[in-house]
Design a protein around this ligand. Structure first.
Ligand code: 0O2
Length: 267
């Protein structure tokens, strides 16, 4: 197959990866803007390289004209979560969407691979539109925790280094590390509520401070300098004390001041 044809084949997959990344990023922003805990920590995406597609097709005895049907991970998205519990939440979010049709599920968390690999895979059908029209293609979404991702990344590099023939001593160490990852994820799950509370408060604080600063910036245009300095000093004092309740109260007061200036300017 010549390069031009590969480009034509892969182009919709690049579009799919870009779109899917934007959609999941936006989901993350929605949670953050609402000051809510987000089950998604990071999003990555890639289109499989031509070399990697050919290698996999040869390994699985797939003729090149059948790769689009039979290679389900030409487009790949990886969603990294903080906690094991978040993985099912993300799976449900995806299953409830009308723009992604789940056609296959692989639960390598309940049934980890002999290597020790753990992750939840969804194969989806996804519709993209290019100048050539609409095209339904397959994409793989891997969902796993930060800890599982750390293990998989290291193991993948070693597979590459040893050309898929990792020496037994290293395999044993990787297997031990995989078990340690299970323990780590379980320990983190036990303190999940505590961590979530802390992160929610941080996000809430960020949102409140951002609102206050926008208001102060707008007041510069209408209020007198002495009043703004007074407001800023008060804000810095409340911020230093670190009381979220007082910070929220201050935001509301500032909203009222800004609103009264807006009303005056309309008179
Ligand atoms: P790359 O380079 O990451 O793209 P199958 O369903 O078994 O017929 P397939 O496609 O091998 O066929 O499915 P599987 O086993 O679910 O693997 C899909 C992808 O999961 C792999 O893609 C890897 O990304 C990841 N994966 C699966 N097993 C392992 C493992 O033991 N270690 C690591 N690190 N990753 C794994 P590729 O194309 O193999 O690789």
């Amino acid at each position: 197959m010549d390069i031009q044809l590969w480009r034509e084949i892969l182009d919709p997959y690049f579009l799919a990866v870009d779109e899917l990344k934007v959609k999941f990023q936006h989901l993350k922003s929605e949670y953050n803007n609402a000051g809510e805990y987000c089950p998604i920590d990071q999003i990555e995406g890639r289109v499989k390289s031509i070399a990697s597609i050919i290698e996999k097709a040869q390994k699985k005895d797939i003729p090149l004209d059948e790769i689009e049907d039979r290679l389900v991970d030409i487009a790949g998205i990886r969603i990294i979560c903080q906690f094991v519990e978040d993985i099912q939440t993300v799976v449900n979010i995806i299953k409830n969407r009308v723009d992604m049709n789940v056609i296959q599920e692989k639960d390598y968390i309940t049934n980890s691979k002999p290597s020790g690999y753990r992750s939840y895979h969804l194969i989806i059908e996804y519709l993209v539109h290019t100048t050539k029209g609409a095209k339904k293609l397959k994409a793989e979404i891997q969902i796993r925790t930060l800890a599982m991702d750390f293990w998989a990344t290291i193991e993948h590099s070693l597979q590459y280094k040893y050309k898929y023939n990792i020496p037994q001593t290293i395999k044993t160490r990787l297997s031990n590390a995989a078990n340690a990852i299970i323990v780590l994820d379980n320990e983190m799950a036990a303190v999940r509520d505590e961590i979530m509370d802390a992160q929610d408060s941080l996000q809430l604080k960020d949102n409140i401070v951002s609102d206050i600063l926008t208001n102060v910036q707008n007041l510069y245009k209408v209020a007198n300098k002495r009043e703004i300095i007074k407001i800023q000093d008060e804000f810095l004092k409340i911020y230093k004390d670190g009381d979220l309740y007082e910070l929220e109260k201050f935001r509301k007061e500032l909203d009222i001041i800004s609103e009264s200036y807006r009303a005056q300017s309309l008179m």
